[in-house]
Design a protein around this ligand. Sequence first.
Ligand SMILES: [Zn+2]
Length: 114
Amino acid sequence: MPHDSRHGYVDPRRVNNAARQAARRRVLASYDTCAICDRPVDKTLKWPDPWSAEVDEIIPVSKGGSPTDMRNLALVHRRCNQLKSDKSIEWARQAVRGKTTTKPTSIPFTASSW
Ligand SMILES: [Zn+2]
């Protein structure tokens, strides 16, 4: 069995983690906007910046979601992910958009409002 860590053999005990990392990189490369608030995500921002990029599992792994299936992964802002917490992504989308506002298109976009 080849042991070239770059191209070949992967320790079976680590394959799940490696697959998760690969899936997260793919999400980061595939999307430019937050799945919760639909605003652009600046991938150059670093944790713990609230606007930094995070990859969220739409259905948590603890509830049976896949950590490696692209259909279960979404690019989100750190702050949006924190708002979502353990709730559904649909709930978070509505919460971010503010169901009480009468002008959804005029929500001020300021980093300090949260
Ligand atoms: Zn967001």
